[in-house]
Design a protein around this ligand. Structure first.
Ligand code: SF4
Length: 497
């Protein structure tokens, strides 16, 4: 277990690391949640390994809360799961129910007080709550609650949800939750432990994924099914949009709350966020990404020598692109896997070359060749430009850039930390202008229709596509996110489908 000082150091280090990593990724993963009800198992260790599998969804902080029937114990800290939990810590977390969380901050700063799960002592007992997603009316709710005397210990929207549940005064947690969700708008996949119950819920739009499984006489819930594989659990099904699952010593109970006409599952789970070995709504993520690559090749027939993925996220689409086009796949862009969270920020004059620390093309493979780089998305365009520059310096004859999703022109308000609208290159540049800005010989995006069709197990009208088309399934209140520019325009395009 780390002392407070150590935790703060991790926080500082992770901030440095993330600054550096931001050079390469404009998408910041959201959060991952995990829950288990299993009286016969070491629930803390199962949660630890579940969180390990979900680490890609957030690396700033992590926490595990364990309920033993009478009380809830919790441990959380800044950094990676492996940095926060040791054997002694896990040995001290004994019980029958656990909830866990890995966090990337989408609302609230990166600091220990904002780490989850949140532990609340209220008139009906204790609850530990872990949340993936982002509410869009947090400011308004928080203002109203504070006016009514509520005190908050963190700056995250998840504490607002816990406060709303506590204030309902309902005896049963599921009844308090049903009451609380009447007030909240936005994205939430929740796992909550009380002393005796595990409760899971997905918001009525189903933005963020949440699945249900079983393990050795118990039940598990997780943001992604890859965590079930890690702990030897079996996937039963998705938690449905608007569904509340309650698990206690009487078994499993499902409560369906009202839902809109169709769900709004975040399409970027398939494009980038989710692990390739996860299955969401019956669709394996790797297969969807390969299909996106095949469709990209169909939409943009090409005359080139090599298909080169931008690692790691471009690999599945590049594989599909190569299969469909018949052009050989070459792993000619090498990623340094040891550039981690504790990397020291390069000095200013090194910063322009900072991307070379992480990525480097193999000159012997690309010299004199017409290459097609394949990546999952372009957000700000700064990393894409640096990669194109590298290939030019390595002697490539032509450098074409293929993207396995459409241009990202609008910010996300539902749990993904994208740039402000003004920083999204597609918000102000045509495809031709973006191509010029990144210095490529050609730039080719997958169409929205092609992307959605590639995820063939999910109906095409079941997705949120707001960052591509600006049609936000739930209105973004004016006070919600003033830091993301272009808010007026965003409000004008609220979805009326
Ligand atoms: S706006 Fe984009 S990133 Fe955000 S939930 Fe919708 S599809 Fe996902």
């Amino acid at each position: 277990m780390h002392g407070k000082e150590d935790k703060m150091k991790y926080g500082e280090m992770s901030q440095q690391g993330n600054d550096f990593n931001n050079e390469f990724s404009d998408w910041k993963e959201e959060c991952g949640v995990f829950g288990i009800y299993a009286p016969n198992l070491d629930v803390a260790r199962y949660t630890y390994f579940g969180l390990y599998a979900l680490q890609h969804r957030g690396q700033e902080s992590a926490g595990i809360a364990v309920a033993d029937g009478e009380k809830i114990m919790i441990h959380k800290g800044m950094g990676l799961v492996s940095q926060i939990f040791g054997r002694k810590t896990l040995d001290g977390l004994q019980g029958k129910i656990a909830v866990g969380h890995v966090r990337y901050s989408t609302t609230g700063a990166s600091m220990l007080m904002n780490a989850q799960p949140i532990l609340v002592n209220y008139s009906r007992g204790m609850m530990a709550l872990a949340h993936n997603g982002n509410l869009v009316n947090t400011r308004q709710l928080r203002y109203e609650l504070e006016e009514g005397g509520a005190i908050f210990q963190s700056t995250i929207d998840s504490e607002v949800i816990a406060s709303l549940i506590a204030r309902t005064g309902k005896q049963k947690i599921e009844e308090g939750l049903m009451e609380a969700i009447k007030h909240i708008k936005g994205a939430y996949a929740l796992v909550i432990a009380t002393e005796n119950k595990l409760v899971a819920m997905r918001d009525p739009h189903g933005w963020r994924p949440l699945c249900l499984g079983k393990v050795d006489g118990g039940y598990v819930v997780s943001s992604e099914s890859c965590a079930f594989d890690t702990i030897g659990a079996e996937l039963i099904r998705e938690v449905k949009p608007g569904e509340i699952i309650v698990i206690d010593d009487e078994g499993l109970k499902s409560i369906q709350t009202p839902v809109p006409d169709h769900p709004s599952l975040c399409v970027f789970e398939f494009v980038y966020f989710a692990r390739p070995d996860s299955t969401i709504d019956g669709q394996n993520v790797q297969l969807a990404r390969e299909a996106m690559g095949r469709r990209l090749a169909q939409e943009h027939p090409t005359d080139i020598d090599l298909v080169i993925p931008v690692p790691d996220s471009g690999i599945p689409a590049a594989l599909g692109f190569s299969q469909e086009s018949g052009v050989p796949l070459s792993m000619a862009l090498i990623k340094n896997r040891y550039v981690g969270r504790t990397f020291i920020q390069p000095e200013q004059k090194m910063r322009e070359r900072a991307v070379s620390v992480k990525l480097n093309p193999i000159r012997a493979l690309v010299e004199g060749k017409r290459v097609a780089l394949v990546d999952d998305s372009i957000v700000r365009g700064t990393t894409s430009k640096k990669i194109v520059d590298m290939f030019r310096r390595a002697g490539a004859k032509e450098v074409h850039f293929y993207v396995s999703s459409p241009p990202v022109a609008y910010p996300c308000f539902y749990g993904i930390d994208t740039s402000a609208r003004s920083e999204l290159i597609a918000s102000s540049h045509s495809v031709e202008e973006t191509c010029k800005a990144i210095g490529a010989d050609g730039l080719y995006y997958l169409s929205t229709e092609g992307m959605v069709a590639a995820i063939n197990e999910v109906p095409s009208n079941h997705f949120c596509l707001a960052c591509f088309d600006g049609h936000y399934p739930v209105e973004i209140p004016r006070l919600g996110h003033p830091q993301k520019l272009g808010i007026e325009e965003t409000r004008a395009k609220v979805d009326t489908r």
